[in-house]
Design a protein around this ligand. Sequence first.
Ligand code: NCN
Ligand code: DMD
Length: 352
Amino acid sequence: MSFLKDSIKKIKAPDKIMYEAAKERLRNQARPVGSLGILEDVSARLAGIFRKIDVNLDKKIIITCAGDHGVCAEGVSLFPSEVTRQMVYNFVNGGASVSVLAAHAGADVKAADLGVDWDFEPDLPVFHKKVRKGTGNFAVEPAMTLEQAEKSVEAGIEIVGELVAKGPVHLLGTGDMGIGNTTPSTAIISVYSGLPAAQLTGRGTGIDDDAIKKKIAVIEKGLALHKPDPKNPLDVLSKIGGLEIGGLAGLVIGAAVYGIPVVCDGFIATAGALIGCEIAPPARDYLFASHNSAEIGHRFMLKHLGLTPLLDLGFRLGEGTGAALAMELIDASTRILADIKTFEEVGISDAQ
Ligand SMILES: O=C(O)c1ccc[n+]([C@@H]2O[C@H](COP(=O)([O-])O)[C@@H](O)[C@H]2O)c1
Ligand SMILES: Cc1cc2nc[nH]c2cc1C
């Protein structure tokens, strides 16, 4: 059996009884029922995942998956592909946006090379998981082979395994870096929502009206050429996806395999999460959405996954920046559940 299939078989469902016990405690706390909004459900889901009420999320880590995109040849991004590798060095040196926000959240960040078109030094402290140097231009050829798609997903699972082998991980965040990657992400949500590219395509790094028309045409052309089958997520990933998107899918599956909650970042990380949950539906129980991306297609991904995001800040950066901020709220939710006293514990009269 393949490593992917074997991994999927290992996913266990969170504990429903502990989830219900958490809900009961939240209902009995000395405050109006439901008054802490969606953080209540976040805390109960965490109780189910960790099988206890007093959850500790000390060890947090964001993995930022990087890859390049052949479709950039079509002029779909404002920036050149070299920025992908330049940003990987920025992550390593701690100077990127995610480095700063993750440090504030008490999270580590590590980059992962799934498919950057560059030879990184072997001793560079990143996960070296290059499947190939950038995807093919999906306007004219498949982004990658089916085998490469599977390998990219398996690489994401392996990363979680390697992290866990080094010590406990309580909360995983996913982030992306890849010039051009809003184009495959838009193509993916077009496949799963059934909506046309024209309704889903955003400005990515900030392209103008002419470039956005080109981007829509490129996505339409790729979808018409390859006809990806939504029932076969690896087919979708291989034909119109990205190597870092495969890695991001694997991180979500890997988190579920090891029983770790995982918070996905914006548009691209959620595209990866969507593919991950299509490949391994039980992984959805471990997945949390950090924020609403300004990319218009993102809301359809969240709808498909049935997830409510914690933040809405107009972010459209990626890297794991939204995941970093959401980690602070997810951490706070554990204190809500464990530390807020019940009516009975403090002797306050309950509602009539
Ligand atoms: O995550 C998001 O919501 C998001 C939205 C727009 C752009 N980005 C980032 O911008 C890059 C892709 O934009 P583009 O225009 O090159 O497709 C890539 O590195 C992403 O991390 C990320
Ligand atoms: C500089 C830069 C940083 C990024 N981080 C995520 N996507 C990005 C795109 C660009 C262009």
